[in-house]
Write a new protein. Structure first.
Length: 100
């Protein structure tokens, strides 16, 4: 794909990825999302993560792939309601993009 542009989309809510972004005629190579906060409650160990938010958002934390399109959901560092977190660490993500 000489000269093709790498498309990045910011979407507050990760549910938009399956509902609107994947079926869209434009290929968005990387979608960056947040919104879920990991429900501020869960368990994360190497190779496995769980939070009750997974029952509302199938993509709730980390990197997901469908074909050539990727979604990264950041758990953020804020909170909703309860001013704390149990088992879900705050997150700030840094990406380095390089030409293939």
């Amino acid at each position: 794909m000489a000269g093709a542009q790498f498309q990045i989309l910011l979407s507050h809510d990760p549910s938009h990825w399956e509902e609107r972004i994947l079926p869209h005629e434009t290929t968005f190579h990387l979608t960056l999302s947040g919104h879920t906060h990991g429900a501020q409650l869960g368990v994360e160990v190497p190779g496995w993560k769980w939070s009750p938010v997974k029952y509302r958002y199938p993509q709730w934390a980390g990197l997901y792939q469908e074909g050539r399109e990727y979604l990264y959901v950041n758990r953020g560092f804020g909170f909703i309601g309860f001013p704390g977190r149990v088992g879900i660490w705050p997150e700030i993500t840094q990406f380095t993009l390089r030409r293939a």
